[in-house]
Design a protein around this ligand. Structure first.
Ligand code: PMP
Length: 282
């Protein structure tokens, strides 16, 4: 069962117009919210980002926080999996024809949501870490908008996939921006470093949460540019997102990072992340 424009219905029965501007142009935004044991994690933060994305493309909020919470609850109640995510997407809607400009009158937005089971780190991956690659960031300047227009991210992710890596880390003029679907942290000399917030990256909810957790653990955190050589010579690399939490990267472009196993700062922040999640759930 999925949610589409006010209705819950089986995926196979869901229909949208071929003139939907999301389908024709990628004219829309999305969110992905983790849901643990039926409770949406950091929901307000995700909904605030949704509002920011909508405003940035001249659209208004379509549902209240309470309406979203009810939809999330109904969709997640179908599946007993302890870790799920809600994918939600809002497009500008279907116009009368295929014109780039959407005109003066608001269309009726298309609102879609579905639940997805999360696949978090396995016990083996926690011991070994995962691989990532680097590739140029060929995206536009407004990546803070969580736009459904993801072609450069898709091509980068596919490159990672074909090289048996779990993520492509994007480099803009020799500096790390973020991953194709994650933010990037490095550890150097026990300091945690991530790229500063700018319009060129998505303001990850997990990124923000980790900065808070690290502070609580008295880990020095710096939001400053990370060069390609900083990345290669780091002691630890992590990629972070709501769907995958905190992933330790132990190989970059087939070369070993740090000691080749997930590092002690990752372990410390990961423990605190899981503890904070449990606290939120209790
Ligand atoms: N950057 C990009 C490009 C992403 O797609 C994601 C995943 N939504 C992130 C960063 C991480 O954001 P969050 O922690 O809010 O999931």
């Amino acid at each position: 069962m999925i949610y589409l424009n006010g209705q819950f219905l089986p995926l196979a029965d869901a229909r949208i117009s071929p003139l939907d501007r999301g389908f024709l142009f990628g004219d829309g935004v999305y969110e992905f919210i983790p849901v643990y044991h039926g409770k949406a994690f950091l929901l307000i933060e995700h909904l605030q980002r949704l509002t920011r994305s909508l405003e940035a493309i001249n659209m208004k909020d379509v549902l209240t926080a309470k309406q979203w919470a009810d939809i999330i609850h109904t969709l997640c109640a179908q599946d007993p999996a302890p870790a799920q995510g809600i994918y939600l997407q809002i497009t500008r809607g279907a116009g009368p024809n295929r014109q780039h400009a959407y005109g003066a009158q608001d269309l009726t937005p298309t609102v879609f949501a579905m639940a997805i089971t999360l696949h978090l780190l396995s016990d083996m991956e926690r011991k070994t870490g995962l691989s990532a690659i680097t590739t140029p960031d060929t995206r536009w300047e407004n990546c803070y908008i969580k736009s459904i227009n993801l072609l450069p991210n898709i091509l980068a992710a596919q490159q990672a996939y074909t090289r048996d890596a779990c993520e492509a880390i994007l480099l803009d003029n020799g500096y790390v921006t973020e991953g194709s679907s994650s933010n990037v942290f490095i550890v150097k000399n026990n300091m945690l470093i991530t790229a500063p917030k700018s319009q060129g990256i998505l303001w990850g909810i997990t990124r923000e949460f980790i900065l808070q957790l690290a502070q609580e653990k008295n880990i020095t955190c710096l939001e400053k540019p990370i060069s390609e050589s900083d990345l290669q010579n780091s002691d630890e690399i992590w990629i972070t997102s709501s769907g995958r939490e905190i992933i330790p990267i132990t190989k970059l472009n087939e070369k070993i990072i740090g000691t080749g196993i997930p590092g002690p700062i990752w372990q410390q922040v990961e423990n605190h992340y899981q503890y904070s999640k449990e606290k939120f759930l209790s």
